[in-house]
Write a new protein. Structure first.
Length: 286
C-alpha cells in the first residue's frame, strides 16, 4: 500500500501518526509524511478518507495493535522520544476532556523511550504510584525530560520536589530548564503557594517554573490578574491559557501582554493594542 500521513497542526509531531507509520512500515507499506503545520493558512480545504483525534471525536482511538507500537522516530526525523507513561487522570475538572476520553488513571508501558531526550504527554504524572521509580529511571539514565503537559502542584511533597530537583527537566525544545504546572482554580491559592515553596526549598529555581493560568472559564478578570501578579512577584513564569479559544477581547489582549512578556515593558493599562481602543480605563491596575 501507499500510505499518506498528514500533520495539519501542532508544534510536536503527532503521536498517533507516528504509531501508524510504524505499523504500516512493519507491513512493508510505502509511507509518505506531509507536515503542513508550519504553513500559514487562513482556511484549509481537504477531502478525507480517515480523520481522528480528540478535536474530531472524543471516542476515537487507535486500534490496540497500533496503539502499542513504538512511534516511528526515523520517518518523522526526530531525535527525541515522545509518549505516555500513564493515561487518564485522578481529577475531573470541568474544563478538561481527559477524564471523558481516557477514563481513570493507569500506568502504561515505557518501552517507547529510545532517546536521551524525552517528551512526556502524561496528564498527571505525579499521580502515579510509580512516580518515584519513574523519576529515578530518568535520573539513573541521565535523560532530559520535558513534562510538556504539566505536573500537578497539588500533589507536590518534599520527597517529590527533591526527586524532581535531581531530574534533568527541560522545555519542549530542550534548551531551557523548565517545570510546567497549572493554577486553574482561584481557590487553590494557598496550596499553589505551598507547592511553590516546597519546590524552591528543594533547590529548584523560581525561573525554572512555568504556570499555566486558565482564564475565561469561571474567574473574573481581577482574579486572573491576581494570579498573574502573585506568580510574577515570586519570579515564576506565568502563561495565560484562554479557555476554549475565548473570544473576550480584554482577555485575549491580557494573554498576549503576559505570554509575549510585554508586562516586563509596560503596565497593562498602557498596553497599546488594548489601550488605543479606549478601554484602558477598565484594565486592572497593578
Amino acid at each position: 500500500m501507499k500510505v499518506g500521513l498528514i500533520q495539519i497542526d501542532g508544534k510536536m509531531p503527532n503521536l498517533a501518526l507516528m504509531k501508524l507509520a510504524q505499523w504500516h512500515r512493519a507491513k512493508g507499506d510505502d509511507i509518505t509524511v506531509l507536515d503542513i503545520s508550519n504553513f500559514s493558512f487562513d482556511r484549509i480545504y481537504g477531502s478525507k478518507i480517515f480523520m481522528g483525534g480528540s478535536g474530531y471525536d472524543l471516542k476515537q482511538k487507535l486500534p490496540r495493535e497500533i496503539e502499542l507500537q513504538v512511534p516511528d522516530y526515523e520517518k518523522f526525523n526526530i531525535d527525541y522520544s515522545i509518549g505516555f507513561t500513564s493515561r487518564g487522570c485522578i481529577r475531573d475538572c470541568g474544563f478538561c476532556i481527559v477524564k471523558e476520553k481516557e477514563g481513570d488513571f493507569k500506568d502504561v508501558d515505557m518501552s517507547w523511550i529510545k532517546h536521551s531526550k524525552v517528551i512526556l504527554l502524561d496528564n498527571n504524572f505525579l499521580a502515579s504510584p510509580k512516580w518515584k521509580e519513574k523519576l529515578q529511571h530518568f535520573i539513573d539514565n541521565n535523560l532530559k525530560i520535558s513534562f510538556n503537559q504539566g505536573l500537578d502542584i497539588r500533589l507536590i511533597t518534599k520527597e517529590k520536589a527533591e526527586r524532581l530537583a535531581k531530574t534533568k527537566y527541560y522545555d519542549l525544545k530542550f534548551n531551557t530548564r523548565r517545570l510546567y504546572f497549572a493554577w486553574d482554580n482561584i481557590k487553590d491559592e494557598e496550596i499553589v503557594l505551598r507547592g511553590i515553596k516546597i519546590l524552591l526549598d528543594a533547590g529548584i529555581k523560581p525561573y525554572h517554573l512555568m504556570f499555566y493560568v486558565l482564564v475565561g472559564f469561571d474567574t473574573t478578570f481581577e482574579q486572573d490578574y491576581h494570579r498573574f501578579e502573585i506568580l510574577d512577584k515570586l519570579g515564576v513564569k506565568p502563561f495565560i491559557m484562554l479557555y476554549n479559544r475565548c473570544k473576550e477581547r480584554k482577555l485575549r489582549h491580557f494573554a498576549r501582554w503576559v505570554n509575549k512578556l510585554y508586562y516586563q515593558l509596560c503596565k497593562f493599562e498602557d498596553y497599546k493594542p488594548y489601550a488605543k481602543k479606549g478601554e484602558a480605563e477598565n484594565a486592572t491596575k497593578p
